[in-house]
Design a binder for this molecule. Structure first.
Ligand SMILES: Nc1ncnc2c1ncn2[C@@H]1O[C@H](COP(=O)(O)OP(=O)(O)OP(=O)(O)O)[C@@H](O)[C@H]1O
Length: 421
């Protein structure tokens, strides 16, 4: 088919016309919008995400044993999100965080953070990445801070280290020491660093403790200083591995409130691993990992409640991976005795999942041989409206929007959580 000639430079918003075969053809604003939308869809997976993991694999091997900690994990996190990462022990959360922190490298797949390809970094780029692009908060408070420095000095240290690295080789002195005796420029830079350290401590409610050493601070206070340390170089992402794991409930809530403040006021993207349901309930997005893959996502929004107030409504979605696979949860498959196969039916706005017919080994031997019909219905005629919601009729996967990051809706009784806003 010969394409219709188009004007070379149609002005957006202005209908452009062309004559083809005597027929007047007009490029409307709608045409342009459709073309732009098609162009957007063609963009690479995760092109607009700050963190993009695509079929990420991490295999640990040793003593003849191989452990697949990540088994093709897909994850997109966008700029400014505060996301909780949950999952059973051993599901792969720390492995993922270590890769994103630049401390470990994946076995296969791809991962990028703020445009940095984590599989293609040399030692020098990796050091820059760990100093400037990501901030990290560990579970063990003692691991986050140097005991002989005050809170303010701990926060200023990453700034000093990256300034030292930036000047290395240009007579700036040994990284980490700030060089020899500071000149006027060095003193000014030192004052700027001290000023920023105080601002960050103030944001996290720790300004009054700026001159104290870690041993003089409680566990919660130390973690709030650790957040300031992680934020010191204005990173693109802060990664936190169980930052409240060693704290009591009330202190954990304070520390998490500080993390939320940093996310809200500085716009820093934060990914936090937690086992604490109270903590994960306070974020808009919780991603659950099962067996080295993302399995579900809970998205929370604030909506008006029946009394005219506001309530946080959480809805759990099942994640669909890049190949279109999704994991059906056992609490859906067990009551319907769904095991090895299902029947999928496409409806205008959803996909219906029905238990498949069970076959016996002898039935598969002779195609067309007489079969005893089992209790499960075959595809059969089109059921009436609502048939899919009857007990035993199968699960339904709706195509309703609202799920971020390629999640399919799994909206069912018991899957919604509502809390006071
Ligand atoms: N360095 C390693 N060598 C061998 N196996 C490892 C290594 N690190 C992790 N694993 C294994 O990989 C799997 C995932 O571990 P990972 O620490 O990522 O899980 P997790 O979800 O963070 O668990 P937890 O919540 O207990 O910290 C586990 O089976 C673990 O034993």
């Amino acid at each position: 088919m010969t394409p219709t000639p188009q004007p070379r430079h149609p002005r957006p918003g202005t209908p452009a016309s062309a004559s083809a075969g005597g027929e007047e053809r007009t490029t409307t604003l709608g045409d342009l919008e459709r073309r732009a939308a098609a162009g957007r869809q063609e963009r690479a997976y995760g092109a607009d995400a700050l963190i993009a993991c695509d079929r990420l694999v991490r295999i640990f091997s040793g003593d003849g044993v191989e452990v697949q900690a990540l088994q093709g994990l897909d994850l997109l996190v966008h700029q400014g999100e505060l996301t909780a990462l949950v999952g059973a022990s051993g599901s792969g959360k720390s492995t993922l965080l270590n890769i994103l922190a630049g401390l470990d490298t994946p076995s296969a797949g791809s991962a990028s953070v703020a445009g940095h390809d984590l599989l293609a970094m040399d030692a020098r780029t990796r050091l820059h990445y760990r100093r400037k692009v990501v901030g990290f908060i560990w579970q063990r408070t003692a691991r986050n801070l140097l005991p002989y420095l005050t809170a303010a000095q701990n926060v200023a240290l990453p700034m000093k280290l990256s300034a030292g690295a930036g000047r290395a080789g240009t007579g700036g002195g040994r990284p980490g020491t700030g060089g020899g005796r500071p000149g006027a420029g060095g003193l000014r830079r030192g004052r700027v660093r001290a000023g920023r350290a105080l601002e960050l401590l103030d944001l996290l409610g720790m300004a009054d403790h700026a001159g104290q050493r870690p041993a003089q601070l409680s566990g919660g206070q130390q973690q709030r200083v650790a957040i300031a340390v992680a934020l010191a170089n204005d990173p693109s992402v802060v990664l936190a591995d169980e930052p409240t794991g060693e704290l009591d409930t009330a202190t954990a809530a304070e520390v998490f409130a500080a993390l939320r403040r940093a996310n809200r006021e500085l716009g820093t993207t934060i990914l936090v691993v937690t086992h604490d349901a109270a903590v994960s309930a306070q974020v808009n997005r919780t991603v659950s990992i099962r067996d080295g893959r993302t399995s579900t996502e809970t998205l929370r929004t604030v909506a008006p409640d029946e009394e005219g107030g506001a309530a946080t409504v959480g809805r759990e979605y099942t994640t669909i991976d890049r190949s279109g696979r999704l994991q059906l949860p056992p609490e859906f498959t067990t009551p319907l005795a769904i095991r090895d196969r299902v029947l999928l039916e496409l409806r205008p706005d959803h996909i219906q999942v029905r238990p498949g017919e069970r076959t016996r080994p002898e039935e598969t031997k002779a195609p067309g041989a007489a079969t005893e019909s089992g209790p499960e219905p075959g595809p059969g005629p089109e059921p009436g409206p609502g048939a899919g919601t009857e007990p035993g009729a199968g699960a339904e996967a709706g195509a309703e929007g609202g799920g971020g990051g390629g999640a399919g809706a799994k909206d069912a009784p018991g899957r919604r959580e509502e809390e006071p806003g």
